[in-house]
Design a protein around this ligand. Structure first.
Ligand SMILES: *Cc1c(COP(=O)(O)O)cnc(C)c1O
Length: 429
């Protein structure tokens, strides 16, 4: 008999393209039917058939405090009573801006939007308006949302579906997008020399999370910072994933390197649709209504979204030990996975920073998109299903980082490690 998830997926495909509202949810690369979720609490997801899963996606990052976190739910309910949108300024938006600025380094001014895509799209437009230049550099395997200029070698979702070029993005647009391999500083130097005084911005995931979790090599981000300073290029940190996750001040704080503009999303909304971009005053002042770089949003700064984000960020700011706890939990998981993977004899590499971790079935270090892609990703797909069957909900792609949340207990982690041991036995034998 078909499961309720299977029945829902069949029904969904009649009215929604591919049955999903965002492609990575479709399980296309790992195969099988996506699990339809009914509810979640803390570290656990419950599907339409009543199965429980330990969640390592955390809604792709936002649910850092765990699902249905009591203070967040309560704040949303209280706010909703006073109407869900005004399209006019509110004091809460000032509270939110002040809180972000108190946590994030090098952010003098911040503008709220409704998604990470909007944040990156707007930051790029601003960098172009500010410098009067058109071209920009991004890195292969980095994802900056689905705005046209970024859909070149754009990481997880597209890599998972093996989409090389995106129909609908005109050559005029993608010609201004220059790409280099992640961690290849020389390639960046060469591109900058070839396009002298034409490059508006370098945008990067300072710790990449859309080709697995990939760490910048020592000196790489510093080198980019120096190139930007020398050439008058705006350095944009896309911290949609790392912001408020790696540290209260995100990757800027963790790496100790300053960006000119920073984009946020995911954790900043505490599970509501929120993004933001901010940075140095002299650049941010070019945004309308102060300047003529136009950017707007009917639901930007929406009160329900703001209170969910504010409540989440405030808890993170007031309890910085959450970050050490999360990092310890992730290290514990790493050690456990090391143990069972070593025993299995399957070649592997694990990358980890803070509460981000990814397992690659490769005997080579995974330092860029090419090395992530050359792992045994067919084996990952079998691992994914073996884990799912055992109640462990991993991202359905080898090109995604796993995200730990604060509600995970040691016994959840032990259960995950035990499930990995069994799964490796099943797929390796
Ligand atoms: C998720 C993500 C985005 C896009 O954010 P959306 O809210 O999905 O539009 C942009 N950049 C990075 C690094 C992301 O992880």
């Amino acid at each position: 008999m078909n499961s309720i998830s299977q029945q829902l997926f069949t029904r969904a495909q009649q009215s929604i393209p591919g049955g999903v509202n965002s492609p990575v949810r479709a399980f296309k690369s790992v195969g099988g039917t996506p699990v339809f979720i009914k509810k979640a609490k803390g570290a656990y997801l419950y599907d339409a058939d009543g199965n429980r899963y330990i969640d390592y996606i955390a809604s792709w990052g936002p649910m850092i405090l765990g699902h249905a976190h009591e203070p967040v739910v309560q704040a949303i309910c209280e706010k909703a009573v006073d109407s869900t949108s005004f399209g006019a300024p509110t004091e809460l938006e000032i509270d939110m801006a002040e809180l972000i600025i108190s946590m994030a380094p090098n952010v003098d001014l911040i503008r709220m939007v409704s998604s990470g895509t909007e944040a990156c799209m707007s930051a790029l437009r601003l960098a172009r308006g500010y410098t009067g230049r058109n071209k920009f550099i991004k890195f292969e395997g980095c994802y900056h949302g689905h705005a046209d200029p970024f859909l070149v070698k754009a990481g997880s979702g597209l890599a998972t579906l093996q989409i090389q070029t995106v129909p609908g993005v005109s050559a005029g647009v993608s010609n201004d997008t220059l790409t280099c391999a992640y961690n290849d500083l020389e390639a960046v130097q060469q591109l900058v020399a070839e396009h002298k005084d034409q490059i508006a911005a370098i945008i990067i995931e300072p710790v990449a999370g859309n080709m697995g979790c990939i760490l910048p090599k020592a000196g790489f981000i510093e080198g980019l910072r120096a190139i930007c300073d020398r050439e008058g290029i705006v350095f944009i940190f896309d911290e949609v994933m790392t912001g408020f996750r790696l540290a209260p001040g995100g990757a800027q704080q963790t790496l100790g390197i300053a960006a000119d503009l920073v984009t946020y999303g995911k954790v900043i909304g505490g599970g509501m649709p929120v993004g933001a971009f901010g940075g140095k005053k002299q650049i941010m002042e070019r945004i309308a209504p102060l300047g003529n770089v136009y950017q707007a949003g009917t639901l930007s700064g929406n009160p329900i979204a703001m209170i969910a984000g504010y409540t989440t960020l405030k808890e993170l700011k007031d309890n910085p030990s959450i970050y050490t706890d999360l990092a310890e939990k992730t290290a514990y998981l790493h050690e456990g996975l090391d143990r069972v993977l070593t025993t299995s004899g399957i070649p592997y590499t694990i990358n980890r920073l803070g509460s981000m971790i990814s397992v690659h079935f490769s005997d080579q270090p995974v330092t860029d998109f090419a090395s992530a892609a050359s792992a045994n990703n067919a084996l990952f797909n079998r691992f994914f299903h073996a884990m799912l069957k055992r109640g462990i909900y991993l991202p359905p792609s080898p090109f995604e980082s796993w995200f730990l949340n604060q509600a995970l207990t040691l016994s959840d982690l032990d259960a995950t490690i035990e499930a990995a041991r069994e799964s490796l036995g099943e797929i390796g034998g």
